[in-house]
Write a protein that binds this ligand. Structure first.
Ligand code: WQD
Length: 339
């Protein structure tokens, strides 16, 4: 049985991937410093998997700690989630983002090399496409970044590309996420942003549950069917399954890859609001306000390459994304902090 090290393991996407990897027969070791997640996630994973999580509290930037973790657990591959991910925050704190996201990636790769582990699945983002000239977006489209967070994903991909070019023994899979949303069907784990949510669905969820009064819709004058921003929302469980498929390919075939993980279907802000109101049975009051700087009008994936290379495609629709998000929100109105 292959042993997989997950960094950022108690985060939103990583915790769902942890369950998917166990269900696929992998042994999992989790690493997290809880800088943006809660230890309560470990209790929830134990309830869901029936196994005591194998976990190490550490920062991926701590070379000595990472060396100890690799020596103790000897993983066959790494899924690297550990990174800060707020676009706006990255503009205010670029050094924190470059230090943590790129410093952490390099430190992890150095520990991998020192311990003969040369397979990594890397958490990348559709943000590397900037403002696409056409749609749907394919992996060979031009890449650009308009903020430090996006730069750390672009440079992270370049680091892994250079690593593979220097030594063919390195195999990497860069997964470009579109817009992850939803939660595990149990409602025991889900997205738990700290402070005011930056992203649309968690904000809508908090309005629906009464934690926030109204949603601000950032502009309705885009060149889209209803004027509001269009995005490719993908269920976090589908995303987790995409990581399992990428890992299985790295372990069973030579070579590296970069693929989009999206549904190929875009929905507008107002379409998502309507779907959430239907799923929750709650009104979602909103105001149209000014555009948010840096937003693009539309962004959605061409998911054909992931289907071709991984045999993977998204299975959950928007109604299911909203229903699973709502169940998580109602069972955990204050997120993990209430535990
Ligand atoms: C979606 C749509 C907003 C909030 C970001 C990052 C990306 C990835 C996913 C990390 C847009 C509108 C939002 C609100 C709104 N993160 N909106 N009111 O900006 O597409 O992507 O998160 O990997 O890298 O860039 O997602 O959910 O913030 O916005 O009207 O309160 O909802 O304008 O059209 P985004 P989002």
């Amino acid at each position: 049985m292959s042993r997989i090290l997950l960094t950022g393991a108690t985060g939103y996407i990583a915790s769902h991937t942890w369950l998917a990897l166990q269900a696929a027969g992998f042994e999992v070791v989790g690493v997290d410093d809880f800088s943006n997640s809660s230890p309560e996630v470990l209790n929830r994973l134990q309830r869901l998997s029936g196994q005591a999580p194998v976990f190490e509290q550490a920062s991926v930037c701590d070379a000595a700690a990472m060396a100890g973790i690799f020596a103790r657990h000897r993983p066959d591959a790494v899924v690297h989630f550990a990174a800060f991910k707020a676009v706006g925050e990255s503009t205010a704190k670029p050094l924190d983002y470059y230090g943590n996201n790129l410093g952490g990636l390099v430190t992890t790769c150095q520990a991998m090399r020192a311990h003969g582990c040369q397979r990594m699945v890397f958490s990348s983002s559709a943000t590397v496409y900037g403002d696409p000239a056409s749609l749907p977006i394919r992996e060979d489209f031009p890449l650009s970044a308009t903020n430090p967070y996006g730069q750390t994903k672009l440079i992270g991909e370049a680091i892994l590309r250079d690593l593979g070019a220097s030594d063919a023994a390195w195999q990497t899979a860069c997964l470009r996420y579109f817009n992850p949303v939803g939660a595990h069907e149990s409602g025991l784990i889900g997205e738990d942003p700290r402070g005011t949510p930056n992203n649309l669905m968690p904000y809508v969820a908090q309005v629906a549950v009464g934690r926030r009064a109204r949603l601000s819709v950032f502009g309705n004058d885009y060149a889209t069917p209803d004027g509001t921003g269009v995005r490719d929302y993908i269920h976090v469980v589908d995303l987790a399954d995409g990581h399992v498929a990428a890992l299985q390919r790295l372990l069973n075939q030579p070579g590296s890859l970069t693929v989009n993980l999206g549904t190929g279907r875009g929905y507008s802000v107002l379409e998502l609001v309507a779907a959430y109101a239907k799923a929750s049975g709650r009104e979602i009051p909103y105001d149209i306000v000014a555009r948010r700087p840096g937003d693009v009008a539309s962004c959605y994936a061409d998911p054909a390459l992931a289907r071709q290379l991984l045999g993977w495609q998204a299975r959950h629709d928007l109604d299911r994304m909203c229903a699973d998000s709502w169940r998580w929100q109602t069972l955990n109105p204050q997120g993990f902090t209430q535990a």
